[in-house]
Design a protein around this ligand. Structure first.
Ligand code: HEM
Length: 409
């Protein structure tokens, strides 16, 4: 056991034999590591039991049970009565307790909001956004190509691309792009001063936009939200805020990270890069395999009652972790799970979760990733990791990659 782990308190009901030496935050390869592979590091739990207790497995150093089999994760995620999503992650950073909606609501309340929001990100709606997504990707990549033969993918492409699409979705113009990128970066990767400050800025922005759209509605997401009804009544200010904040948080880092991991993989695997360049029709299937192998989200649920789960004495209030990076490398579910096969069929990965909270933005996310890759491969010749640099990958609640410097000189 590492020093950090032994320092964390282990609840008395956890049998010592069920404590595992593993954490998505502190295990080797999880802190920002040059040339690190945090998803492969997470997959090592498959040599162990189906469930164990990790004493330090959240950003704020709390312990969680870790479910290692995809089948068992589905059981947890499909049983919100026993495993609740009610946590207030964003608000608690500010000493407040409102939920992000619908993420931190349980059924049946969750269903009312999900029904309201589903049509906004339906496949049909996403199709209508597609030409704007492609245009954004093309403009950004053309700019990169014109500037030279190397770039920092996250800073120059993945992040601005994801933020830009979000601005479109909100109905806002691009002139606030840089400001948004800074907020998102500070919120997701900042220190203990930058994070709450960014959270407050984002809340003030969402509240301000809601007030504006109440006054003068236009045809956009926030106008829809402030005019919408649940249970035959308008949304409260806290509900509008909780929904707006979630949409801000949910679709930026995740999409940017997926594009980063995908381009890093292709930079290191020239044969696969050549294949997708020659046969772009394969990109849709390849993107699914890359979502399987490099998923980014750890889901946490809170037990609402005492339950014995595969021999583990889970007690009311315990955290239960369902990490997509663990489920997606389960050898019982995916033959040769650690091998990346861009032609893998019947790929029932969990990158977008299971159950009632299945990602609302998955259709948009998939199109952003595929279009991003298509336009990149169309415009940038054979690329590799720039000599003398190393991409830095990291674990955590949302896995990511930074300083991904590609070179095509
Ligand atoms: C590759 C990109 C993405 C990944 C890997 C991803 C993954 C996930 C996962 C695993 C969940 C479930 C979380 C939980 O149950 O605790 C989730 C929920 C959600 N995602 Fe995504 N997401 C992505 C992109 C997006 C985008 C682009 C949007 C919006 C534009 C979005 C909006 C949401 C929302 C609103 C929820 C909450 C759904 C609910 O609670 O019913 N996501 N996402």
């Amino acid at each position: 056991m590492t020093a950090a782990m032994s320092a964390a308190a282990i609840p008395a009901h956890v049998p010592p034999a069920m404590v595992g030496d593993f954490s998505l935050f502190t295990s080797p390869g999880m802190a920002p590591t040059p040339d690190g592979d945090p998803q492969a590091a997470a997959a090592r739990v498959h040599s162990g039991p189906p469930i164990f207790y990790s004493p330090m497995n959240t950003r704020d150093g709390k312990g969680t049970w870790v479910i290692t089999r995809a089948r068992d994760q589905r059981r947890v995620l499909q049983d919100p009565e026993t495993f609740s999503s009610h946590r207030a992650i964003f608000a608690s950073a500010l000493g407040e307790s409102w939920p992000m909606i619908p993420l931190e609501l349980d059924p049946p309340e969750h269903g009312a909001f999900r029904t309201l929001l589903n049509p906004l990100l339906s496949p049909k709606r996403v199709m209508a956004l597609e030409s704007a997504v492609r245009e954004r990707a093309s403009v950004l990549i053309d700019r990169i190509a014109a500037a030279g033969t190397s770039c920092d993918v996250m800073k120059d492409f993945a992040f601005p691309f994801a933020v830009n699409i979000f601005l479109r979705f909100l109905g806002l113009s691009d002139d606030r792009l840089d400001e948004f990128v800074t907020w998102a970066n500070d919120l997701l990767h900042g220190d203990n001063v930058q994070r709450p400050a960014a959270a407050r800025t984002i809340i003030a922005f969402i509240d301000g936009l809601a007030a504006e759209r109440r006054e003068r509605p236009v045809d956009d997401f926030m106008s829809f939200l402030v005019q919408a009804k649940v249970h035959d009544r308008p949304l409260t200010d806290a509900e509008v805020r909780g929904t707006g904040v979630l949409l801000f948080v949910a679709g930026l880092d995740t999409v940017a990270a997926a594009i980063g991991f995908d381009l890093a993989y292709l930079a290191r695997n020239p044969d696969d890069q050549r294949l997708l360049r020659a046969e772009p029709g394969r990109i849709v299937l390849a993107a699914e395999e890359l979502l399987r192998a490099y998923p980014t989200v750890q889901m946490i649920r809170v037990a609402t009652k005492d339950i014995d789960f595969e021999g583990a004495p889970i007690r009311k209030g315990d955290y239960v972790s369902c990490a997509t990076m663990i489920a997606n490398r389960d050898p019982e579910e995916f033959p040769d799970a650690d091998r990346i096969d861009l032609g893998r069929e019947d790929n029932r990965h969990t990158a977008f979760a299971y159950g009632p909270h299945r990602c609302l933005g998955s259709h948009l996310a998939r199109r952003e990733i595929v279009i991003g890759l298509e336009e990149w491969l169309r415009r940038i010749p054979d690329f590799r990791i720039k000599k003398g640099t190393a991409p830095i990958a990291f674990g955590g609640h949302v896995f990511g990659i930074e300083q991904l410097i590609l070179d095509w000189s």
